[in-house]
Design a protein around this ligand. Structure first.
Ligand SMILES: Cc1cc2nc3c(=O)[nH]c(=O)nc-3n(C[C@H](O)[C@H](O)[C@H](O)COP(=O)(O)OP(=O)(O)OC[C@H]3O[C@@H](n4cnc5c(N)ncnc54)[C@H](O)[C@@H]3O)c2cc1C
Ligand code: FES
Length: 303
């Protein structure tokens, strides 16, 4: 069991959990992730190790609540525990040793570039972080990233920082010259746009692919991606790859495979919560008994 040590809301649907996981905290490296299972029957989901404190024996998870499993996780309070955390998994990020790196984070992707920016800074690389959100309250980890170098915050609506997409700020940095590497993590269209932008400049671009994962050990094939025409497994060969070689269309298609199941799981979760808020009926209605058969394990099997 992994006890939650602290919890903090970073944006309307992004939560930071600091969790006991001593062995993982000792050996994790930037770019690696864990597979988390909240409790018996729950789905296994991959989450990046956003930070770690080897002395305290904790890791930091930054979680965007978008579906059933992530919403269940962010409901946990300090003192409660996550049953299973497996990791560290995946290949560590290949980092440059000198020069100027631009780290681009969109939404919760900022939490994934954060350990990369930290380690680049530790190596003496100049780091510029370009981070974006739809408006001010969706921009996360700005203060933390500032400790690693310059930060350009962008908002779609102009309510904070620079008005516009992260790609516009990145274009200016590329035009200015001297960028040796770009690390980009965020929604698939963002990573695709960043990769297309850097291609003509010949700047090596690393993206972190959020493929659907089940076992995280290369056994199930769920996280299959196409890189330069070759099949790779994001969990063991990645999750980071050369953005100029990724087949983003295939990735986007595969991410929609279980959309109906995901929506149903979320709807059942909401229905259960409404049921919990209402006074308990004297005799359980047949529909409640039926819905209790639809456990989260159904979603996991569907993957
Ligand atoms: C290597 C890696 C690192 C990640 N790191 C983070 C992170 O640090 N913070 C964070 O908030 N999210 C992260 N994600 C995404 C996170 O795993 C999904 O948001 C989560 O699994 C959604 O589960 P759900 O039940 O809440 O949502 P669902 O409603 O089940 O799914 C919503 C969407 O999430 C994606 N998804 C669903 N199940 C999985 C799965 N088993 N594996 C991967 N993607 C899935 C799909 O795109 C799906 O359409 C990461 C994904 C990968 C592959
Ligand atoms: S998650 Fe099963 S092969 Fe990668």
């Amino acid at each position: 069991m992994h006890t939650i040590v602290s919890k903090e809301q970073l944006s309307p649907n992004v939560t930071r959990l600091v969790v006991e996981a001593s062995r993982i905290a000792q050996i994790r490296r930037p770019g690696q992730f864990v597979i988390v299972r909240r409790g018996p029957g729950a789905e296994r989901i991959p989450l990046t190790i956003a930070d770690a404190d080897p002395v305290a024996g904790t890791i930091t998870l930054v979680i965007q609540a978008i579906g059933k499993s992530t919403s269940d996780l962010v409901e946990l309070e300090p003192g409660q525990a996550i049953q299973d955390i497996a990791g560290p998994l995946g290949q560590p990020t290949e980092l440059i040793e000198r020069g100027h790196a631009v780290c681009v984070g969109g939404g919760v992707g900022t939490a994934v570039v954060y350990p990369i920016a930290q380690e680049l800074h530790r190596r003496g690389v100049r780091v510029t972080s370009i981070i974006g959100g739809r408006s001010r309250e969706w921009v996360i980890l700005e203060d933390e990233l500032r400790q690693a170098g310059e930060v350009v915050a962008c908002t779609d609506d102009g309510s904070y920082g620079r008005h516009g997409f992260v790609t516009e700020a990145l274009k200016d940095a590329l035009e200015a010259g001297g960028v040796d590497a770009v690390y980009a993590v965020g929604p698939v269209p963002m990573m695709r746009a960043v990769s297309e932008l850097t291609r003509p400049y010949g700047v090596p671009t690393t993206v972190s692919l959020n493929a659907i994962m089940v076992d995280g050990t290369g056994m199930c094939g769920g996280c299959r991606v196409s890189i330069g025409g070759e099949t790779k497994y994001a969990c063991v060969d990645g999750p980071e790859f050369d953005g100029h070689k990724v087949d983003f269309r295939m990735l986007a298609d595969r991410l929609t495979t279980y959309r109906t199941f995901e929506q149903q799981a979320l709807e059942r979760r909401e229905a259960c919560r409404i049921g919990l808020r209402q006074p308990a009926p004297a005799v359980a209605p047949a529909s409640a008994a039926a819905s209790s058969n639809l456990t989260p394990a159904t979603t996991e099997n569907a993957r």
